[in-house]
Structure formats: structure tokens, C-alpha cells
Design a protein around this ligand. Structure first.
Ligand code: AP5
Length: 210
């Protein structure tokens, strides 16, 4: 059997990045994430401006920029878990034309939990590990437990921008989730549980469809 093609959906802060890393490790496939790819190219000049302008405001980066990133990544990946794409119906149509999926999983989390997770997230500037000021505090404030790097807050994790990201998600991405649900292709996972329990459910659900 060929390597799995998986999609992980969920609102901002649902745990897509956290769980995609588990999936990539467990199944030996690539983690393709538009968020990380855009953060690594924030100041890239495009005919639509730079990704930074959109990301810092919590808005979607224009489709042509994001579609090109995903097309390039999927062209070379044997198997993958895709995180952060598609985020609107046009991107979903683009993805349908690019590849076939084995499974699409959705992490459901309440809005109050999402705001708490995102505003408390601190990211290591050296190794990229996520800490959380309350749920996963570092031993020494501001210092990564794994590598001693500096912990910072993402520019789009302030409360105002988080609220805008959630509005953009409801308007643009919920219809995409609904589309997969209506086609009977969505696996729904309770993302409100502790990370280990989310992973147990997600792994079992993926095993079940492969
Ligand atoms: P992106 O980086 O994709 O951000 P996002 O979707 O808002 O998701 P996050 O990375 O914030 O959260 P996550 O679900 O990965 O959660 P995480 O595991 O980190 O996109 C950023 C921006 O890029 C967008 O706003 C847009 O501008 C642009 N962009 C990206 N893709 C695009 C596209 N396709 N089209 C157009 N523009 C695009 O967890 C969050 C926190 O919670 C962490 O602190 C973590 O430790 C903690 N946590 C995780 N799971 C749990 C748990 N079960 N219990 C307790 N804490 C938990």
C-alpha cells in the first residue's frame, strides 16, 4: 500500500500542529504545514504583498501564494499529513484537483479553550517547541525546557488577533469542514481532552480507515 495521505482540520489552537507531529512520527510521513511555511517566508514579496501583512492581522494569505506552497510540497511527498490547508472552498477545490486523501480528521475544541491555549502559547525561537504559560510551563520563565532557547509569543497570538483568526475560521473554513462532513469523509475527534488522549483517539481513527 502507498504511504497515507491525511488531512488534519481544526480551528486555530485546536492542536493541529501538536497532533500532526505525532502523526508524521508514527506513520513516517511528512508534516506539510502552510502556517510554518508562511512564517519561514513572511517577507517574501508577491504580487499580493508579503505574507506578514495578512498573518499579523489574522487574515488569510491570498490563495495563489498558499496553493503554490502546497502543490510544491505534495509533489515531492510520498505520504503526508496536511495541516492548515484547505482554509476556504476554493482551496478545497484546488486540493481535490491535486491529490486523493485517505482520511480527513477534525479536532473539535470550544472557543473559550482556543482563546486560552493561543494567548498562553510561547514558542521557542531555537527549536520551535511550544510551551504554554499555564498548561505546559517551562521550568524557568521564558526559557525552553528542551534546548534553553528564548520563548516568545507569536505576533498573531494576542487576544485581538486571535478573535479575528476565529472569525475568519468561522466564515471561511467551517464551510470546508461541512463539505467533508456532508461527503461522509470527516473523522471527528474530541480535541478538548489532554494531548495524549487526543492522540490515542486520532491514531485509532486513522488506523481504522487505512
Ligand atoms: P497556522 O500556523 O496554521 O495557525 P492556526 O491554524 O491558527 O493554528 P495554530 O498553529 O495557531 O494552532 P494549532 O491548531 O496548530 O495548535 P497547536 O498544536 O499549536 O496559520 C497562521 C496564519 O497563516 C493564518 O492566520 C493565515 O494568515 C496564514 N495561513 C496558514 N495557512 C493558510 C491557508 N491555507 N490559506 C491562507 N492563509 C493561511 O496548539 C496550540 C497551543 O495549545 C499550544 O500551546 C499547545 O501546546 C497547546 N495544546 C495543544 N493541544 C492541547 C491539548 N490537547 N490540551 C492543552 N493544550 C494543548
Amino acid at each position: 500500500m502507498s504511504e497515507p495521505h491525511l488531512l488534519l482540520f481544526g480551528p486555530p489552537g485546536a492542536g493541529k500542529g501538536t497532533q500532526s507531529a505525532n502523526v508524521a512520527d508514527a506513520y513516517g510521513i511528512e508534516h506539510v504545514t502552510t502556517g510554518d511555511a508562511l512564517r519561514a517566508n513572511k517577507d517574501m514579496e508577491t504580487e499580493h504583498g508579503t505574507p506578514r501583512e495578512y498573518m499579523e492581522a489574522g487574515e488569510l494569505v491570498p490563495d495563489p501564494v498558499v496553493d503554490a506552497i502546497v502543490a510544491e510540497a505534495l509533489a515531492t511527498a510520498e505520504g503526508y499529513v496536511l495541516d492548515g490547508y484547505p482554509r476556504n472552498l476554493d482551496q478545497a477545490a484546488e486540493l481535490d484537483a491535486m491529490t486523493d486523501l485517505d482520511a480527513a480528521a477534525y479536532l473539535s475544541v470550544s472557543e473559550s479553550t482556543l482563546v486560552e491555549r493561543l494567548t498562553g502559547r510561547r514558542v521557542c525561537t531555537e527549536c520551535g517547541r511550544n510551551h504554554h504559560v499555564e498548561f505546559d510551563p517551562p521550568e524557568e520563565a521564558g526559557v525552553c525546557d528542551d534546548c534553553g532557547g528564548e520563548l516568545t509569543q507569536r505576533e498573531d497570538d494576542t487576544e485581538d488577533v486571535v478573535r479575528e483568526r476565529l472569525r475568519v475560521y468561522r466564515e471561511n473554513t467551517e464551510p470546508v469542514v461541512e463539505r467533508y462532513r456532508e461527503r461522509g469523509e470527516l473523522i471527528e475527534i474530541d480535541g478538548e481532552q489532554p494531548p495524549e488522549a487526543v492522540w490515542t483517539d486520532l491514531d485509532a481513527a486513522i488506523e481504522n480507515v487505512l
